[in-house]
Design a protein around this ligand. Structure first.
Ligand code: SF4
Length: 737
């Protein structure tokens, strides 16, 4: 073994760096080679900054600046001026992005004007015209937000506020209706009373304008004779007054318009910074919440004239004695707790667990700023978001918690899933890595968080217990790049010493992510260009090798320095162990997401073997009974392909739009028939076929395809173009066409 290769191997095994062969990477400002093109982030078009749109509880609550500009240009940049308008608008977008990245805050309108002012110097009249026409096509406004430490809480609070406002509006409408109707009942009761029919009351009701025109004493006498004297029992009057008091003094939603009466209690806040505070508030307010829910239920009966003291008094006495179920809690506000994992001490951790396992409508943002901190045992072992993974895994194990894990860079893409979590009836956990805590890296938070997700250190996923009965419908992993691979692969090209363009595919692994952090510089060593040799292999390749004895190859990375000069860096074994661990965790997530699922693959192999056996037997049977002259001595193996061809010939030609099942391969597992036993029916062989395509929805076809253990259901194309969620369903169906 050459001396330099020996030095590489020694570094790989021990982390020691002989200075004559290897250089330290400290101070070289290296970043993964795949990030070479992202040095000037503000000059690139990507999702950030985001615009937070007020009063929207649908997926329009957040918009990306580039998306807004693209949509505006689609209408504004037409005709002969189109190209000029596009160029000017994109220049302005870039300036706004640079302003926000530089710390400027404000609404789109304010920052648009500021950026336009900066660019206007020296620009001609056409520039102002381009901006005016583009701006006119953007109908929305809102605060702009960059991908920084504040983003996770800011975005989630923004969405949560919109959802709560929508809830409050519906609740208030209901409350106002009840108050009005109950007041009317009391009023009608009073009108029938002696006092209500008195001359004094009648006079007051008519007012001073026509007071002289009536004889109120005569009217009072008349009414006393004409109207029935069926006043309420006093108990009903008291009950309605108590209901009105409960409805009018509730503190769960703010008053519709006027602020709370002087001395009246203020509406509760539902936003917390500690799980313990949220839990304490929830428990403390529970009796009031039960009282209000009881008042609403009784009020509805009173208004319908259905309340019977004999029947309902005892019943409502016990109302809420066992707490309220999620359906009863649904109209009330959800709590939101925003906590930072860095401050999560043992006691708070226990409270978080209690929230998640309690089924209460409390949503928790667990923000992680640093997932590369060393584990408590030190020695260069990474936590890699271990704690948050444990919490997220535990929450999914509870089955009834909505769980969303994402890097900040992906939050815009997860906006709909954020809303789903916020409207879910029950606890929700949003575990978000901001990328903003790694002071030991030169990369901005957006790139750090994107790298964490890309390297599988912090994959994005969502678990929605309300989405269906099984993992296939509840678990979503597809937001990650190239989800079927261990590590995503991207093309990378560079110029070599001979100024020739070299292109290769690079996998982005955990080691690329960790190498961006100065704290792990001791696990890396730069190999001088003249020492590059064939003993250096990419990290992903090294991870596929099982080592026996001393290695003859060492894992290496391509990185670029501050001048974008390519450097090759070798990696010690400790980081490779971490990468292996990260890959294993990713494999577990893949299994949950149905990718390379070991149970499915095992079953598939078994079914394939059984099918092949069946085919072989059918072929043999055909060979025996076939009328065509065949030499008696023809080998059985020659008959098999002929039989297979015969079977293939019988298979009908299929249109790609048609839904069908490969019935002969059906394993009779009941998955599809359980979903819809009119659409999916067994034939005489107890194998499924589509009996009536119109007996169910496209969603059921796709769900059945996903659940089919041998993947033989082909959903084709939807028949009803108005079926909800078709876009998503078509994407899911792609894998089975
Ligand atoms: S899900 Fe697939 S294997 Fe199971 S019964 Fe239906 S078609 Fe057959």
């Amino acid at each position: 073994m050459e001396a330099d290769t020996q030095a590489h191997v020694a570094f790989f095994l021990t982390g020691r760096r002989p200075s004559e062969f290897l250089d330290a990477v400290d101070g070289l400002n290296l970043r993964p080679a795949l990030f070479a093109g992202y040095r000037e982030l503000a000059q690139l078009r990507y999702d950030f900054p985001l615009m937070l749109v007020a009063d929207r509880a649908d997926n329009q609550f957040v918009q990306s600046l580039s998306g807004l500009v693209d949509a505006a240009l689609a209408t504004a940049a037409k005709g002969n001026d189109g190209e000029r308008i596009r160029k000017h608008a994109l220049r302005l977008e870039q300036e706004i992005r640079a302003l926000v990245a530089g710390g400027s805050a404000g609404t789109l309108s304010a920052l648009w004007d500021k950026a336009a002012g900066r660019l206007a110097k020296g620009a001609d009249q056409t520039f102002a015209d381009s901006l005016k026409r583009t701006r006119a096509a953007i109908k929305l406004d809102g605060a702009l937000a960059d991908c920084d430490a504040a983003l996770p809480a800011r975005l989630l609070q923004h969405a949560w506020t919109a959802v709560q406002q929508q809830k409050a509006a519906a609740f208030r409408k209901d409350l106002d209706r009840l108050v009005l109707k109950l007041s009317d009942i009391l009023k009608a009761d009073f009108e029938r009373s002696e006092a209500g029919r008195s001359a004094k009351h009648l006079k007051a009701a008519v007012g001073t304008g026509f007071g002289a025109a009536f004889d109120f004493d005569a009217m009072s006498n008349l009414l006393a004779k004409a109207l029935p004297k069926d006043e309420f029992p006093e108990s009903r009057r008291k009950r309605i007054r108590a209901l009105l008091e409960a409805l009018n003094t509730q503190q769960f939603f703010p008053a519709a318009a006027a602020p709370a009466k002087k001395g009246g209690a203020k509406a509760y806040s539902f936003l917390f910074e500690r799980c313990s505070d949220a839990l304490a508030a929830f428990r403390e307010r529970m009796p009031k919440l039960i009282e209000l829910a009881r008042a609403i239920a009784i009020a509805e009966l009173e208004i319908d004239g259905q309340y019977s003291e004999a029947k309902h008094d005892a019943l409502f006495e016990q109302f809420g004695a066992n707490g309220l179920d999620p359906q009863d809690l649904a109209p009330f506000p959800d709590y939101l707790v925003c906590i930072n994992a860095g401050k999560l001490q043992a006691e708070e951790h226990a409270q978080l667990m209690e929230i998640l396992s309690s089924g209460l409508p409390i949503k928790v943002l667990l923000q992680l700023d640093d997932i590369l901190e060393e584990s408590a045992i030190g020695e260069g072992n990474l936590t890699s978001g271990m704690r948050s993974r444990q919490i997220a895994n535990m929450a999914m194990g509870l089955n009834e918690v909505y769980v969303l894990q994402s890097a900040s860079s992906n939050l815009y893409r997860f906006r709909e899933r954020m809303l789903r979590g916020l409207t879910y009836r029950g606890p929700a956990l949003f575990s978000v890595y901001s990328g903003a805590g790694a002071q030991a890296s030169d990369l901005p938070p957006y790139l750090m968080s994107a790298a964490a997700m890309e390297s599988r250190a912090f994959p994005a996923f969502a678990y929605d217990p309300s989405a269906g009965p099984n993992w296939a419908s509840r678990f979503y992993l597809e937001a990650n790049s190239q989800v079927e691979l261990d590590w995503p692969v991207q093309g990378f090209s560079y110029e070599d010493e001979q100024h020739q363009r070299v292109a290769e595919d690079l996998a982005f692994t955990l080691v690329d992510f960790v190498a961006s952090d100065r704290r792990y510089a001791r696990h890396l060593a730069r190999v001088p260009r003249e020492k590059w040799n064939g003993s250096m292999i990419p990290v992903d390749e090294s991870l596929t090798r099982d080592r026996k004895g001393l290695p003859d190859k060492v894992p290496s990375l391509l990185m670029v320095d501050a001048d974008n000069v390519l450097q090759r860096v070798i990696v010690d074994e400790r980081l490779i162990r971490e990468a292996r661990r990260c890959r294993e965790m990713w494999h577990s997530l893949q299994e949950l997401g149905g990718v390379h699922n070991s149970h499915a693959e095992k079953l598939l192999a078994r079914e394939k073997k059984a099918w092949e056996e069946r085919m072989r037997k059918e072929a043999e049977a055909l060979a025996v009974t076939a009328p065509a002259p065949a030499p008696a001595s023809a080998p059985a193996t020659a008959a098999a392909p002929a039989a297979a061809a015969a079977v293939a010939e019988q298979a009908p030609e299929r249109s790609p739009d048609e839904a069908y099942i490969e019935t002969p391969r059906c394993a009779t597992c009941n998955e599809c028939t359980n979903i819809n036993n009119k659409m999916f029916v067994y034939d005489g062989n107890k194998q499924a076929y589509i009996a009536d395509i119109n007996a169910g929805t496209y969603a059921q076809l796709v769900e059945a395809a996903e659940n089919c253990q041998v993947a033989i259901i082909h959903p084709g194309k939807p028949r009803n173009p108005n079926e909800p969620g078709l876009e998503d369903l078509l994407k899911r169906a792609e894998a089975f066409q």
